[in-house]
Design a protein around this ligand. Structure first.
Ligand SMILES: Cc1ncc(COP(=O)(O)O)c(C=O)c1O
Length: 480
């Protein structure tokens, strides 16, 4: 007899867990709309309608992201017009799917992608799929905040000079802006530098799609002249999870090539409900003065939180983004992972725990009681944490070279025959997996890179810092 038939919860396990999670947690994490409080009115209204009849695929009148006719095509054209791009596509597999489609569309196997080390894993996986040869550049590191910083112009000039010294001709430059912790690079001169060398630019602006909505925020990638830009409409606009937009500007890449890339990865039945939510969220920054007011309030809120938390004895990292706030834990006291565990016991969910800090996503409108609850929970840290958190050592920057060329392309490393070796024995071998101190941390090694003595030593000395998350492995997968 099928035992599940007797089990009344079969089929509802996830639904019940979802309802519990939604009721229990004070979410200081993504998505940006914060339990719907930040939805644009039209999206809020849409989601109060009976959703069954609206759950539709590509009907002829509606079309889809890759069809020339129909409402989706029209919405994409209107969205591109708002943003000043040549064309754009909505996606229902997040920025992940659109970044990968862009790479598959505009690059060919063997072509080179200049990438920062804080690339999202979707880009690495895109490089595997497309058979690309990424070349990685390191980022500056702030010892004060225990945090990688975005590149500035002088740093990026050094990167491009190193590219020239190594005689590499690059085919596309990737910039990730802002960082997960909300720090922004000066995009306009960086894009200009690339263009002056004939290098087109793709900006992963997953966390910065709202920059357009307020003059006091950093300049956005499309305004800065980037050729391709990816927006996560759930991370930095008030859209639904999974939704994203890819914009193409200028004449460097053809629409046909990009659509070939999209065709490889897109579902043939995208939910038009999600696509409609994407359009509403992507229009949000242009709904002025409302969007500007929301962000002005977010900026005031950030300053207020910073003052209050500083008064309570915490260090708040600088941020260019009022939607995210990072408590810095390098100066002693709990590490970010312990802090996150502690807050979860109070039902407070942070976004990004790291050894040296914990980033909260305040979003467009955090719950009213959020700051008070956070302050109360922080005040109880020393009394109620069952394992008193230890003092954090100062986080040392990983010894990654300014510019690193892989020994073999990621695709070869990904699919090649491999075995596991103890770390110490792996020096000199090509790794077949990313070695990253906590995703989405900055990878110390990417598949296809050779493990050198310096990085191995760093791993040995620093591994224990990540122990709370299961630690980093004693072994590494290497190519045979
Ligand atoms: C910088 C960056 N790019 C892209 C992504 C992927 O975004 P999505 O979750 O929309 O697929 C992430 C996700 O965390 C990210 O941090």
């Amino acid at each position: 007899m099928n035992r599940d038939r007797l089990n009344p919860t079969a089929g509802t396990v996830l639904l019940k867990a979802l309802q519990r999670a939604a009721a229990f947690t004070l979410p200081l994490h993504l998505p940006a709309h914060g339990q719907g409080r930040g939805f644009p009115p039209a999206l809020a209204a849409l989601l109060t309608e009976p959703l069954g009849p609206l759950d539709l695929p590509e009907l002829p009148s509606l079309g889809g992201p890759l069809l020339p006719h129909g409402a989706v095509a029209e919405a994409q054209r209107a969205t591109a017009k708002l943003w000043g791009s040549r064309c754009c596509w909505f996606g229902v597999n997040g920025s992940t799917g659109l970044l990968q489609a862009a790479l598959l569309g505009v690059l060919r196997p063997g072509q080179r992608l200049l990438c920062p080390r804080n690339l999202h894993r979707s880009v690495l996986h895109g490089a595997v799929l497309a058979g690309l040869e990424p070349i990685y550049y390191s980022l500056p590191f702030s010892q004060r905040w225990g945090l990688s910083q975005p590149v500035d112009v002088a740093w990026f000039q050094r990167v491009l000079a190193a590219v020239a010294d190594q005689g590499c001709s690059m085919d596309l430059a990737l910039l990730v802006n802002p960082t997960y912790q909300g720090l922004s690079a000066p995009l306009t001169p960086l894009v200009r530098l690339c263009h002056s060398q004939g290098l087109p630019v793709l900006v992963d602006e997953a966390h910065g799609s709202h920059f357009r909505a307020h003059g006091g925020l950093p300049r956005d990638a499309l305004a800065a002249g980037a050729d391709l830009v990816v927006h996560s409409t759930h991370k930095s606009l008030p859209g639904l999870t999974q939704t994203a937009v890819l914009h193409s500007c200028g004449a460097r890449f053809s629409r046909e090539d990009l659509e070939q890339g999209l065709l490889l990865l897109q579902t043939s039945s995208p939910s038009v409900l999600l696509l409609a939510a994407t359009e509403l969220a992507a229009a949000w920054p242009h709904q002025q003065p409302q969007a500007g007011c929301v962000l002005s309030r977010a900026m005031d809120r950030w300053c207020h939180w910073q003052q209050q938390l500083t008064r309570a004895g915490w260090r708040v990292s600088p941020s260019d983004d009022p939607l995210r706030l990072r408590l810095c834990t390098t100066a002693g006291g709990p590490d970010g992972l312990a802090l996150d565990e502690h807050l979860l016991r109070f039902g407070i969910g942070g976004e990004l725990p790291e050894v040296a800090g914990l980033t909260f996503y305040l979003g467009f409108q955090p719950p009213r009681q959020a700051l008070g609850r956070l302050r109360d929970a922080l005040a109880q840290l020393h009394w109620s944490a069952p394992n008193p958190p230890g003092v954090v050592e100062r986080v040392q920057p990983a010894p990654t070279p300014l510019l690193a060329r892989s020994a073999v392309p990621p695709r070869t490393a990904w699919f090649g025959p491999s075995r596991r070796l103890p770390l110490k024995e792996a020096v000199g071998h090509v790794v077949a997996e990313a070695v990253t101190p906590y995703p989405p941390g900055i990878p110390l090694l990417l598949p296809g890179e050779r493990l050198d003595e310096e990085r191995c030593t760093w791993l040995f000395h620093n591994r224990h810092l990540w122990q709370r998350l299961g630690g980093m492995l004693d072994t590494v997968k290497v190519l045979m």
